[in-house]
Design a protein around this ligand. Structure first.
Ligand code: PNW
Length: 442
């Protein structure tokens, strides 16, 4: 059982999220190549070198998927637009078929009473822009602004809310320092530039949308709680550094107009020229802030120089990703962000969920681990609300089992099971639990 609507404030909305490359099928509809296609094709980057060419075939099956969202009773559908589907070269010519697809999709949401929550960029950078240096090139801010203009002139009259970029930390650190996501770099200079350019591009996209008269604009960052691996002073310092890079840097840029000293200590020499002058753009006022939360990490002192950090396994129960289940971390970030950064600004949990083993029981998928995860994290939200946090919504990740990036199709985050041979959709026990919880208030 999940807590019902009556156990939350009456204005709190519930939703479910996906992203374009993870579900649509990138080989359909005239989309241009992206850096994820080439990254996945390079051996060693992605499990079985899988890519998003077909994915869940949402490009053709979107009416069925929207029906599933509406039938469960969700209020919000958080989705993203594929830049290379709309502008195959990243700049210039628009692929009318691509823009038409999102036009139909948004109309389909409205027809079903769903609120469209748009993310403009959820990671599949057009290959032509990657060839020009991608996020390392300051021009990316102008490219994203132009893409935003094209999308929002078409969809802007019908979307409920919008955020330019999903998870700045993943776009920068995970992709340019750890090398786990496209473009797969391990380069501190590229990372520093990207960390800054992502926020600059965010600010430029917000300016464009404000100029078009679009409201309810926000940003979405991911947060991970950092525990020191042991009681040593060195581990405490390492955990604080992890927290500064992962959790404080982007919130600080967006809401305080500066970057934390603990990060600049190491990144300073690698920052792009003139970065101090960009906070007027980066700090454009927002209408809401979105928190993606999954897990915590245990950080040990590393004997390697800044910024190398060592993660060690922790004692809590783990999801199929090996991620510890730590709902207190969600409560921590909701209360910390409201206290230190966002004040009375409405907060949303824009992603929360897990990959689980999903055993087949009597022909159904009994994902009890997923149910327990949602229960404990919804309880953390209730505690944050009781503590005065202006939480206005909770959005689960994800509607469907989908392309889990470097893990290919192996890890399943869906409320709905996908048979990747037949493309059949089968709601799991957690989907049915959401349906029950989302029944209208008595
Ligand atoms: C989020 N990490 O990504 C994304 O927004 C989704 O596209 C993704 O499917 C989901 O979480 C589950 O992974 C993350 O390694 C990916 O710290 C990796 C990390 C964090 C977030």
């Amino acid at each position: 059982m999940l807590p019902g609507r009556s156990e939350f404030p009456s204005d709190l909305l519930f939703g479910v999220a996906t992203s374009s490359y993870q579900i649509e099928g990138h080989s359909f509809g005239g989309a241009g190549p992206t850096h994820w296609d080439s990254f996945a094709a390079t051996p060693g980057n992605v499990v079985r070198a899988e890519n998003g060419a077909r994915a869940c075939d949402h490009y053709h099956r979107w009416p069925e998927d929207l029906d599933l969202i509406a039938a469960a009773g969700f209020d919000i559908y958080r989705f993203s637009t594929s830049w290379a589907r709309i502008m195959p070269e990243g700049r210039g010519a628009v692929n009318a078929e691509g823009l038409d697809f999102y036009d139909r999709l948004v109309d389909g949401m409205l027809a079903r009473g769903l609120k469209p929550a748009l993310t403009l960029y959820h990671w599949e950078l057009p290959a032509a822009l990657a060839d020009l240096g991608g996020w390392r090139n300051r021009d990316i801010a102008g490219w994203l602004a132009d893409f935003t203009d094209v999308v929002c002139r078409r969809l802007g009259d019908r979307i409920w809310c919008a955020a330019p970029i999903n998870e700045p930390w993943c776009v920068s650190w995970l992709s340019h320092f750890e090398g786990h996501h496209a473009p797969g770099l391990r380069d501190i200079r590229a990372t520093a530039r990207t960390m800054h350019h992502v926020l600059l591009a965010h600010g430029r996209a917000i300016e464009v949308m404000r100029g078009l008269g679009i409201s309810n604009l926000g940003a979405v960052c991911n947060f991970e709680f950092a525990h020191p691996a042991d009681g040593s002073k060195a581990a405490q310092i390492a955990a604080r550094r992890y927290d500064a890079i992962y959790n404080q840097f982007f919130a600080s840029g967006l809401f305080k107009g500066c970057y934390p000293d603990a990060v600049l200590e190491g990144l300073g020499p690698h920052m792009p020229k003139g970065w101090q002058d960009d906070f007027g753009v980066i700090g454009a006022p927002l209408d809401w802030f979105g928190i993606n939360y999954y897990t915590c990490k245990r950080i040990a002192a590393a004997d390697t120089p800044w910024p190398a950090l060592q993660e060690v396994p922790g004692p809590l129960p783990k999801t199929a990703m090996g991620w510890e289940i730590y709902p207190d971390g969600l409560h921590h970030f909701l209360t910390m962000l409201a206290r230190d950064y966002t004040g009375t600004l409405p907060l949303y949990v824009t992603e929360n969920g897990l990959a689980s083993p999903d055993p087949l029981v009597d022909g159904g998928i009994d994902d009890q681990m997923r149910l327990g995860y949602f229960q404990s994290h919804l309880a953390a939200c209730q505690r944050a609300i009781a503590d005065g946090v202006p939480l206005k919504g909770y959005i689960a990740w994800s509607l469907l089992d989908n392309y889990e990036w470097a893990l290919g199709y192996e890890k399943r985050f869906g409320l709905v099971h996908l048979d990747f041979e037949t493309l059949q959709r089968t709601p799991k026990a957690s989907y049915h639990a959401w349906m029950k919880a989302l029944e209208p208030r008595a």
